[in-house]
Design a protein around this ligand. Structure first.
Ligand SMILES: *[C@@H]1O[C@H](CO)[C@@H](O)[C@H](O)[C@H]1NC(C)=O
Ligand SMILES: *[C@@H]1O[C@H](CO)[C@@H](O)[C@H](O)[C@H]1NC(C)=O
Ligand SMILES: *[C@@H]1O[C@H](CO)[C@@H](O)[C@H](O)[C@H]1NC(C)=O
Ligand SMILES: *[C@@H]1O[C@H](CO)[C@@H](O)[C@H](O)[C@H]1NC(C)=O
Ligand SMILES: *[C@@H]1O[C@H](CO)[C@@H](O)[C@H](O)[C@H]1NC(C)=O
Ligand SMILES: *[C@@H]1O[C@H](CO)[C@@H](O)[C@H](O)[C@H]1NC(C)=O
Ligand SMILES: *[C@@H]1O[C@H](CO)[C@@H](O)[C@H](O)[C@H]1NC(C)=O
Ligand SMILES: *[C@@H]1O[C@H](CO)[C@@H](O)[C@H](O)[C@H]1NC(C)=O
Length: 500
């Protein structure tokens, strides 16, 4: 009897360390991204990065964790939710990676939060997703949101003592990247004098004269629009001598590096010389990218896999989404491992989500710091033309989100960002603004344009803050057609704006 007892004890003692240290778990991962390769975060681009992370994790870091990854198409809309629901009928995932597109993400994150499944995305960058109390409670973002980007501007405004800003955005009413980009800036610059111009360049032939009229009233111009429209605006501004140092111009271009920097002003047309002069006053805000030794291996392997799946070499860039989804799986494994050590099960999605927040870890391209709200702190860089002869660009200053500080580069020239005095009398009074506007029956004020979800979203902020805005009214036909269609999709994230 006592022999049996001690034998049992012995066996138990042998098993004990195994039971506590080898944390084995099967993890079902569902990746929801677009199949269409015209998106720079398509499945073919991101999959190699996720596979790279998966190999690393189950190889050396956490051999007990066995990730099974499924890839589903998100398209950029409702398909994402349908595929999540379909897939969950077969097997509910333990983790969802993606979607990136705002409208697709809104639905998926809401559903996942309800099902207590963590969602990590290198997208869903809109301001609305920052509200994590309710429907977006399970969302963690591994790429810096538009709100984080906007901190760069807040810091610059503070540092250079700018007071007023004109925001110009080209709202495509599809994915609406510019809309959400500018929304972040708008909600961050609440203490400043803000005007907004928005239009849809697909349906409105951009009349630069209308835009120039608004620039006179401001100090800083921040644009988010297609490269050709930015060029038209800059050319017009230059012809009206607004590039004389009394105004500061910014273009926000976070993801497409071929749209800014060296050669961005050049089109090989008769305006090139003038455009080069104009672009001397155009600064670009973009992501600050870092690399480290391991990144080279990662980059090579991922690019190779991308090309195997049919993406041409020149399009096989490692962008912030590719990095972000790699880091997402890493972060989840960190949190899950930690949770399991504390006796928490993978099914406790909220616990695991919170363990991903408020921490810094080593990502594939450098340190990744996730704030207390589960959003990545971002680093951004401002590029300016430093050689006006050649028309070449360099980074002149960096913004670090983690300590909210600016770093001036050797090329930085403070004159470039210091507003030159203009005679007081020439600054038009506030009242003059209402007569300006966009030629096409411009509406100054609020709500009038609110037939469209677009206007509603913007108007909400303006209403609260009593800002003046210039809304270009769309054609009647469009309001009926696209308007209705859009509104349905917008409902999906609007609830969250009106709740703010
Ligand atoms: C992919 O997206 C592009 C641009 O949105 C579109 O023109 C194209 O038709 C799409 N391709 C497929 C196969 O859906
Ligand atoms: C991991 O999971 C897959 C699918 O469930 C299974 O086929 C495989 O044997 C597992 N691997 C390990 C090491 O447990
Ligand atoms: C979801 O599943 C249903 C039934 O199995 C199928 O008919 C439908 O095409 C699927 N939808 C998607 C988006 O895959
Ligand atoms: C990036 O910008 C270039 C130049 O403006 C443009 O030709 C290209 O289509 C853009 N790429 C994407 C993915 O938007
Ligand atoms: C975040 O972490 C810091 C220290 O790492 C801690 O002092 C702080 O309380 C944490 N915040 C939350 C909300 O957990
Ligand atoms: C632009 O060209 C200059 C001079 O050739 C070079 O120093 C700089 O690194 C280039 N900038 C970019 C962003 O490629
Ligand atoms: C802020 O953080 C960055 C990056 O970690 C670091 O290089 C910089 O020195 C810090 N600046 C201040 C003022 O602490
Ligand atoms: C620059 O041009 C604007 C608009 O014409 C004018 O109001 C301002 O005084 C000029 N600034 C300087 C420094 O000449």
């Amino acid at each position: 009897m006592s022999y049996l007892l001690s034998c049992c004890l012995y066996v138990w003692l042998i098993l004990l360390p195994v039971r506590t240290s080898a944390l084995n778990e099967e993890v079902e991962v569902l990746v929801i991204l677009p199949k269409n390769n015209s998106y720079i975060f398509s499945i073919s681009r991101v999959k190699p990065a996720i596979e790279y992370a998966r190999m690393k994790l189950s190889g050396e870091l956490y051999p007990g964790l066995n990730f099974t990854v499924h890839y589903e198409n998100s398209d950029c809309g409702n398909e994402a939710l349908f595929n999540l629901v379909n897939r969950s009928c077969v097997k509910k995932p333990d983790l969802i990676l993606g979607p990136v597109c705002e409208y697709a993400a809104a639905q998926v994150v809401r559903m996942a939060s309800h099902w207590n499944i963590p969602v990590i995305s290198a997208g869903a960058l809109a301001t609305g997703f920052s509200l994590k109390e309710k429907e977006y409670s399970h969302l963690t973002r591994t790429a810096p949101s538009y709100l984080k980007m906007a901190e760069t501007f807040v810091t610059l405004f503070d540092h250079f003592n700018w007071k007023s800003v004109l925001l110009i955005l080209d709202d495509d009413k599809e994915e609406r990247n510019c809309y959400f980009t500018i929304e972040g800036v708008h909600s961050s610059l609440q203490d400043y004098n803000v005007d907004v111009i928005h239009f849809d360049s697909k349906t409105y032939r951009v009349d630069t004269d209308d835009i120039i009229k608004q620039i006179y009233n401001t100090e800083v111009v921040i644009m988010c629009a297609a490269a050709d429209i930015v060029r038209d605006i800059m050319l017009a501004a230059h012809r009206r001598r607004l590039t004389n140092g009394s105004y500061v111009f910014f273009n926000i271009e976070l993801f497409n590096s071929s749209a800014y920097g060296n050669g961005s002003w050049s089109r090989g047309d008769k305006n090139d010389a003038e455009a080069k002069l104009a672009y001397a006053s155009l600064n670009v805000v973009t992501l600050l990218r870092t690399v480290k030794p391991e990144f080279e291996t990662f980059s090579m392997e991922v690019k190779k896999s991308m090309q195997k799946s049919g993406i041409r070499a020149e399009n096989a860039d490692i962008n912030v989404f590719v990095e972000g989804f790699h880091d997402a799986l890493l972060l989840y494994a960190l949190a899950l491992h930690e949770a399991m050590k504390n006796g928490i099960n993978k099914r406790d999605g909220l616990q695991i989500t919170h363990r991903m927040w408020n921490r810094t870890f080593e990502g594939i391209a450098g340190q990744v710091s996730i704030d207390e709200n589960g959003d990545r702190n971002g680093d951004f860089t401002v590029m300016s033309m430093t050689d006006t002869q050649k028309g070449t660009y360099e980074a002149v200053l960096n913004y670090f989100g983690i300590n909210q500080s600016l770093q001036m580069m050797p090329q930085f020239n403070s004159d470039h960002f210091t507003l030159r005095e203009r005679p007081r009398a020439q600054i038009p009074h506030q009242e003059d603004k209402s007569s300006g506007g966009l030629g096409v029956s411009a509406v100054t004020g609020i709500i009038v344009g609110a037939l469209l979800g677009t206007a509603l979203l913007l108007a909400f902020y303006f209403f609260r803050k009593n800002y003046r805005i210039t809304i270009e009214r769309r054609t009647q036909r469009e309001e009926c057609g696209i308007g209705n269609h859009r509104q349905l999709r917008e409902d999906s994230i609007r609830s969250n704006f009106s709740a703010a």
